[in-house]
Design a protein around this ligand. Structure first.
Ligand SMILES: C[S@@+](CC[C@H](N)C(=O)[O-])C[C@H]1O[C@@H](n2cnc3c(N)ncnc32)[C@H](O)[C@@H]1O
Length: 565
């Protein structure tokens, strides 16, 4: 992600099966007024792409991790199957319609692979399709997914769920078998004579009863099995799903002021017992009447705020929870100040206009580049802010949504590090203590109009090699003079392209190479790590086509041995 240099990034840390949906009530009427619940809409995070590279037994990595063999037993895969289904179901429920999800494992065991895929298709019905990707990546040698398999338990192989003795059913589930036959279906089988059954159903049941090994009805051959001996690697399993319609979990949709909260998918929903949905999708299900109740009439407002109004909570736990979280947090001024997640720094929008203005003025950042609302820190106290991260519009919206829903997302990293407080003792002559970080430089560079210099390739390379250069020592005397006249503090040095004068008004574009420096009293100091300097030098050599290593090393001690800046 560092290489991609994007502000459109958020890293969260959750149990995948419990990944929060951030279902929130968002007012679209008048942002300044607190809208009543009936004026609010339901909003939720949904994704274009989801990758579930799930925890698995890892038996596909035996070649590179032979020790695994001594610990391997069938129970490992059986024990993970339920979690794998839950994670995949959560992934599907968080997908947009039209979005794709990849389910993968580094296991060869069908219980972790095809059985999970079949269970997802079973639960999602027509709302999800297993995509045929046989024409993709033609050079990747793969085999089709299995249609039939048996399940291993401690002592024996089982061909279908009814074969599993009652005592072993804690460890072997019906969904591990190709038909996924449940206990209910088994009961139907037992009560066979009492039940009216269609011809087709009868035939299916007959197949189940007579087949030695069950065969799945789903097109599981569309899954990809990568085998170790096919291309001298490890084993891998991949299945690609496409969401065709709102899944049963997505039945709560955006609504107008009088609108309906339930959509056509209510019908779909009826096919699934509440219990199954609650367990697999982690979503509370409420009848329409409950969701439409106006809780502004709650008899006990103080209790409601503390989340203890049992009448309301019982009526509508979802909305009451959102309301209580929000009101409690607002009361305590919590949203901007502390993380609700232990051990994780809070994500705080930088609201200190003095800091924002000092940055904008010092670097001459044009107004078209939005800073307010796009800068976040991981420290509640603005005096202690060390790093400032820049976030894109969509990350900004997501952060705002997260505050509304009481910080459901546990955010470990967000945006692109853009500014860093200079660590050295604060110098009163420095108008802006925040330097531009090398990671964020490509984003902000086109918008800077001050504190910017253009260096010849020779002087640029010298800066990278020595990391500190006295103004008088630059090969191009004019460059040294210009550098000496900059305001004390951070500046940006741009590499002039071959043939370009270092002092023409060179435009920056995606191919521009630049570094962040600090202008001291007598020299320019590079503010990039040794690794970054080394990498840049290597790129410059490649660009020049020499490919030769320089005899100099970037780790050379600074020529400015007394540490003067
Ligand atoms: C197959 S690995 C993923 C490897 C990863 N894609 C990569 O390239 O590094 C599965 C990961 O899931 C993590 N994990 C285990 N249980 C989890 C859960 N309930 N939710 C989310 N992650 C889980 C494991 O710690 C492990 O790092």
């Amino acid at each position: 992600m560092k290489r991609m240099c994007t502000a459109n990034l958020m890293v969260t840390n959750h149990e995948a099966q419990n990944f929060p949906g951030c279902l929130a009530s968002i007012s679209h009427s008048n942002a300044s007024e607190k809208a009543s619940l009936s004026d609010q809409e339901i909003s939720q995070i949904l994704f274009d792409r989801v990758l579930c590279d799930v925890p698995c037994s890892g038996d596909g990595t035996l070649r590179k991790a032979p020790n695994l063999w001594w610990r391997w037993k069938a129970g490992i895969a059986n024990g993970l199957h339920g979690l794998q289904v839950q994670i995949a179901m959560r992934g599907i429920s968080l997908l947009k319609v039209g979005g794709r999800m990849v389910y993968s494992t580094c296991s060869m065991n069908p219980v972790e692979n095809e059985a999970v895929v079949a269970e997802i298709l079973r639960r999602c019905g027509d709302s999800v399709e297993l995509v045929d990707v046989s024409s993709e990546l033609p050079q990747l040698v793969r085999r089709p997914g299995l249609q039939k398999w048996k399940v291993r338990d401690k002592f024996s192989w089982f061909y279908s769920f009814p074969d599993v003795p009652e005592t072993r059913r804690g460890g072997v589930a019906s969904s591990m078998f190709p038909s996924g036959r449940t206990q209910m279906e088994e009961a139907i089988e037992r009560e066979f004579s009492n039940i009216k059954i269609s011809k087709n159903g009868f035939r299916q049941l007959e197949n189940y009863l007579t087949a030695d090994t069950e065969i799945s009805d789903f097109p599981l051959e569309r899954c990809m099995r990568i085998m170790p001996h096919d291309q001298n690697g490890g084993a891998f399993f991949i299945a690609v799903f496409q969401k065709l319609a709102a899944s049963p979990a997505m039945h709560v949709e955006a609504t107008s002021s009088q609108g309906t909260l339930f959509t056509e998918s209510t019908e779909q929903l009826k096919k699934f017992p509440d219990q199954v949905l609650r367990e697999s999708l982690q979503l509370e299900i409420f009848p329409k009447s409950v969701l439409e109740t106006d809780f502004t009439d709650c008899p006990d407002k103080s209790a409601l705020k503390s989340g203890h109004c049992h009448t309301c909570t019982e009526q509508n736990p979802l909305k009451i929870k959102g309301l209580c979280d929000q009101e409690k947090a607002e009361d305590k001024g919590m949203f901007q100040n502390q993380s609700k997640w232990n051990g994780v720094d809070p994500v705080v929008f930088l609201k200190d206009e003095a800091v924002i203005n000092s940055i904008r003025t010092f670097y001459g950042i044009d107004e078209s580049f939005p800073l307010s609302g796009h800068l976040v820190t991981r420290n509640a106290e603005s005096d202690l802010v060390k790093r400032i991260y820049y976030v894109s519009k969509s990350v900004k919206d997501l952060l705002e949504l997260n505050f509304q829903v009481g910080q459901q997302l546990k955010i470990t990293y967000v945006g692109q590090k853009m500014f860093e407080r200079k660590k050295s003792k604060e110098d009163p002559s420095v108008a802006c203590v925040f330097r531009i970080s090398s990671e964020g430089l490509p984003i902000i560079l086109p918008h800077i109009t001050k504190q910017i210099l253009h260096a010849s390739p020779t002087d640029f390379r010298h800066l990278l090699l020595y990391k500190s250069r006295k103004f008088a020592n630059f090969v191009n005397v004019e460059f040294g003079e210009k550098a000496s006249k900059l305001k004390p503090g951070c500046c940006v040095v741009v590499l002039s392209k071959d043939g370009e004068s270092p002092f023409s008004d060179n435009r920056v574009d995606e191919s521009t190479v630049a570094i962040s420096c600090w202008k001291g009293k007598v020299c320019l100091n590079v503010m990039a790590s040794d690794d970054d300097c080394q990498e840049l030098l290597q790129r410059l050599r490649l660009c020049e086509g020499t490919g030769k290593e320089s005899p100099l090393h970037v780790n050379k001690p600074s020529e400015n041995s007394d540490g003067e800046m």
